[in-house]
Design a protein around this ligand. Structure first.
Ligand code: BTN
Length: 244
């Protein structure tokens, strides 16, 4: 485990280490990031001491075509760990956002790559732990939360970090043992979007409004739009549709 006071992005650094052969389980955590990255080219706000910002190098012993499933497995692992910590109302939003109620408490950026030591994936986790409202930019006030804001409790960051890393390594081991069907079953029990009106911003910028049907056996999300057409979501941004 490599602990840093500050870096640009632990995902970027972990990818560099992985490319040089870093072993499965190598973890890089920082107290803050100057260029924290989210999915879909978003920023991940990472002020010092407010949360966990870490990236795990994983070399899952499964076919590379199954790597995207690790995304769901990782989200569930963090969600289950938070439940173990006594956090209630944990939900999951495809592919790997972790919510408390309707607000996002953690996000995962999964990136794949190749190295001389074989393929790898980087599981980058941002978990808002001690953040107060003012630690989030204004446009996120209604959408984001932290463990502190949601539960009123404070948490010891190093303890949470170890717990999250163990949970992720356990999830990868479960995948390797053919446990994805069980992962999916548990994931679906916490699906925050299923059967709810939602919208999908496609990678080409189109908006599809419809109902989420949840992920299929491969982890791919399905949507039925307002005209009754079905869509497979491989990428893009999913949000709950406004109520009007
Ligand atoms: C998302 O929800 O869009 C994913 C957010 C992932 C953020 C984490 S913070 C640690 C790691 N380093 C990064 O640059 N991003 C991930």
């Amino acid at each position: 485990m490599i602990l840093l006071e500050r870096t640009d992005s632990t995902n970027r650094l972990a990818r560099e280490y992985a490319a040089q052969g870093a072993a499965h389980g190598t973890t890089i955590a920082a107290r803050s990031q100057t260029d924290g990255r989210g999915r879909l080219h978003k920023k991940w706000f990472s002020p010092p001491g407010t949360g966990l910002f870490f990236s795990l190098v994983a070399r899952p012993a499964i076919a590379v075509r199954h790597y995207p499933k690790v995304s769901l497995a990782a989200g569930l692992a963090i969600g289950l760990y938070l439940e173990e910590m006594g956090v209630r109302d944990v939900g999951l939003k495809w592919p790997n956002d972790i919510l408390i109620g309707e607000r996002k408490v953690a996000g995962i950026l999964l990136e794949g790559g190749e190295s001389a030591a074989g393929p790898f994936c980087i599981i980058g986790v941002g978990l808002n732990v001690l953040s107060g409202k003012g630690d989030f930019p204004e446009h996120l006030h209604a959408k984001a939360t932290s463990l502190y804001l949601a539960t009123g409790r404070t948490f010891f960051l190093p303890h949470l970090l170890t717990g999250c890393v163990q949970a992720l390594l356990g999830a990868v081991a479960q995948m390797e043992a053919g446990g994805f069907p069980e992962i999916l079953r548990q994931w679906k029990m916490r699906d925050a979007l299923v059967d709810r009106p939602m919208q999908w911003l496609t990678p080409t910028g189109k908006i599809v409004r419809g109902m989420s049907l949840g992920p299929d056996d491969e982890g791919i999300l399905h949507i039925r739009d307002a005209t009754g057409r079905y869509h497979q979501v491989l990428s893009g941004d999913i949000t709950l549709a406004p109520l009007w």
